[in-house]
Design a binder for this molecule. Structure first.
Ligand code: SAH
Length: 362
């Protein structure tokens, strides 16, 4: 079967997905990109949803072998933003008509942290209700593995979307990149809890991990479909110099292209979900995030984290914009989006259409 025939199929199977992810000829990749862009415009439209990303703490009890803020990295100066500091980011988002925020951090499960996060969600909600945002800001959480009850208390406090990446669905690979007490089965259990509670569920993987194959990535995409997720954030794996993967032998150009192809194929597989164009893409190419959007993504998460803390939240080397103020990041983003003819959704939560469509069917 040639590429056009595959692209015109209603349901891509494992073999088709592997073929598409293996494309190396630029005109073939362009055909894939165009198809994904058409599906995006038909099902989701031209609007890009924005979420202001607030990386509020780098304390972490996990020791993921790839991550710069793993607990064993003693070079990291640990911080947690005060409530006032978070709220000042939130006020800025409101002023700029950014309709939703993502609260992300390293993983902590102690009572005090859970109370702090729950309180933050309530404060953000209370503060952001206005005529423009009658239900306040949309709040997405990305604070790792928690108990069912903790997830429920975050949901009851007002958060409504949750991101927890599976990182890879190859269980052997998962165990190679995590310490043995961090379990794949636990991650799955958390994803099920998040879904059951009623959050819009987001997951994702790293692309181009050492020993990861095209088949693994094809399985990752099929896993997203099987789990029926509402949102996906995935990006190339990039080594961090203070981790066991510092010297991992990876090809940045291949991983970047693979990142774009993963977005396009996922758009064909799950037409109405939210797909983020991630910062890791931008690390490997100056126009990475715009290219992600042009390959089928519809969400972008500009950082609102205060500059003084950004250099302490380094998950991988060469993270872009770490010295840049949010004003300048947001200004450039607007220009760049305009240049690729995409609109920004202001004062919108930008919920996953997939989630809405799913609930309508029930
Ligand atoms: N503690 C939260 C947030 C983690 S950071 C959680 O566990 O969900 C968000 C994501 O950054 C991770 O899920 C991982 O996929 C990604 N990440 C971490 N280190 C990375 C690296 N070296 N290269 C690329 N992505 C990385």
């Amino acid at each position: 079967m040639n590429i056009i025939q595959i692209l015109n199929k209603d349901n891509l199977d494992f073999k088709d997905i592997c073929t598409l992810l293996s494309l190396s000829n630029s005109s073939d990749i362009e055909l894939l990109r165009q198809k994904a862009e058409n599906v995006l415009l038909d099902y989701v439209g031209n609007n890009v949803s924005i979420r202001g990303l607030i990386e509020f703490s780098n304390y972490c009890v996990c020791d993921c072998l790839y991550c710069g803020i793993r607990k064993s990295n003693l070079n990291v100066t640990r911080f947690r933003l005060s409530e006032e500091e978070v709220l000042s980011c939130v006020d800025w988002a409101i002023e700029k008509n950014i309709g939703s925020v993502v609260l992300q951090s390293g993983e902590c499960r102690d009572k005090e942290t859970i109370k702090y996060i729950t309180q933050l969600i309530k404060l953000i909600k209370k503060r952001s209700i206005s005529t423009a945002l009658p239900n306040g800001l949309g709040i997405t959480l990305s604070v790792g593995e928690q108990t069912f009850d903790t997830y429920k208390s975050f949901f009851d406090a007002g958060a409504h979307r949750y991101l927890l990446r599976i990182e890879t669905t190859n269980q052997k690979l998962f165990s190679e990149i995590h310490p043995n007490y961090q379990l794949f089965s636990k991650r799955l259990e958390c994803l099920e809890s998040i879904k059951k509670i009623g959050f819009q569920l987001g997951t994702g993987v790293m692309i181009g991990l050492p020993n990861q194959t095209i088949e693994d990535l094809a399985n990752d995409l099929l896993f997203f479909k099987e789990l029926d997720v509402d949102m996906v954030g995935m990006g190339p794996f990039i080594p961090h110099n203070q981790t066991p993967f510092a010297k991992a032998d990876i090809d940045k150009k291949t991983n970047f292209l693979l990142g774009l192809k993963m977005i396009s194929v996922l758009r064909l597989l799950m037409k109405d979900i939210n797909i983020a164009s991630t910062t890791a893409l931008e690390t490997l190419s100056p126009k990475g995030r715009m290219l992600g959007l042009m390959h089928g993504a519809n969400v972008i998460m500009p950082q609102l984290t205060p500059v003084d803390y950004k250099n302490k939240y380094i998950l991988y080397d060469d993270k872009p914009d770490i010295d840049e103020q949010k004003e300048s990041i947001f200004g450039k983003l607007k220009i760049n989006l305009n240049n690729i003819n995409r609109n920004i959704s202001f004062n919108q939560w930008g919920d996953s259409l997939h989630f809405k469509n799913k609930n309508r069917k029930q």
